[in-house]
Design a protein around this ligand. Sequence first.
Ligand SMILES: Nc1ncnc2c1ncn2[C@@H]1O[C@H](COP(=O)(O)OP(=O)(O)OP(=O)(O)O)[C@@H](O)[C@H]1O
Length: 287
Amino acid sequence: MAVGPSHLPLHILESMTENFSKDRILGSGSYGTVYLGEQEEGQKIALKILHDKTGHDDVQFEKEYYTLANLQHQNIVRLVGYCHETRREFLPYNETIVLAEVTKRALCFEFMENGSLSDYLFDFGLSRFFKEEKSHITNSPIGTLGYLPPEFINQNIISNKLDIFSLGVVIIRIMAGTEGYSKSAEMPPEQFTEIVHGNWRNRLQSAASGDLLESYSVQVKRCIEIALSCVVADRQKRPTIGAIVNMLSERETLENDQGELIDQMSTCVVNDTELIDVHPLQLHFSF
Ligand SMILES: Nc1ncnc2c1ncn2[C@@H]1O[C@H](COP(=O)(O)OP(=O)(O)OP(=O)(O)O)[C@@H](O)[C@H]1O
C-alpha cells in the first residue's frame, strides 16, 4: 500500500523554514504562501501555509487534502505532508493584547527545483506577446479564477467541459503568456489568433525556414485555434477530450544534439472533412 502524506507538527515546519522567514518565500497563490523548507538531512520541500481567511476553513482544507492525497501522477506534484495545528497566542487586537486561538494549516509538497512553469514562460519571453499586467489573485476556493468557466462562476455547474475550459486556458497561457487569456477575451478570436500566430512565426524564423517553418507555423495556428475552441462560453460547443487527443495525438520528449531536453509537441490538423497528420512541432525550450 502506498504511504500517504505524513503529519508534520508546526514546530518542525518552523525549524525547516527558519520560522517562516521572508527569505524562504518561493511564491504566493490564491490559497496561501509557499515557503522553501529544508529537512535535517538537507532534503527540500515546499510548504504552503494556507491564508487564514473566509473560504479557507477546515472544510476546504479537508477537501484539498483528500483531493491532493489521492492524486498520483508523474506530472502532478506530490503531497508529502500536512499540518493542522491550533495554538493560543497573545496578539494585538483593538489597541490591546488578547489571548487568541490561531490555526495554522499547511500542505507540504515535493520541491520542484525548476520552479514554476509560468516563470519559464515569462523567461522564454511569451508574456511579452501582450503587455504584462498584475495577475489576479482571487478568494476563489478552488484556485485562480481565470481557469474556471462562466457556467461554474455563475451557476456552479460542474461537468467534464469545465476541465476542457481549464485545459484551453493552460494552452493559451503557454502559447500567449500569462496575460494571454484575458486578452483573448477582449478581441475576436481571429484577431487573437493572428497576433499570437504572428509572434510565434517571428520567433520560429530563427529556428526554421522554408517548408519546415510553414509546417511549424500551421501547427502553432492550430494549437491556438484548439485552445480558443476550449474556452468558448457555451460548454456544449467545446470539443470533447477525445477530439482534442486526436488533434494532439503525440507527445514525446527527445534528446537534442547537445543532450539537452527538448519538449516536443506534436499535433494533427483537422480540416473540414478529414484528419491530416503533419510534422511534429519542435519547440526548443532551453531552460
Ligand atoms: N512544489 C513546489 N516546488 C517549488 N516551488 C513551488 C511549489 N509549489 C509552489 N511553488 C512556488 O510558489 C508559487 C505559488 O504557488 P501556488 O501553488 O500557491 O500558487 P499558483 O498555483 O501559482 O496559483 P493558484 O493557487 O492561485 O492557482 C509558484 O508560482 C511557485 O513559484
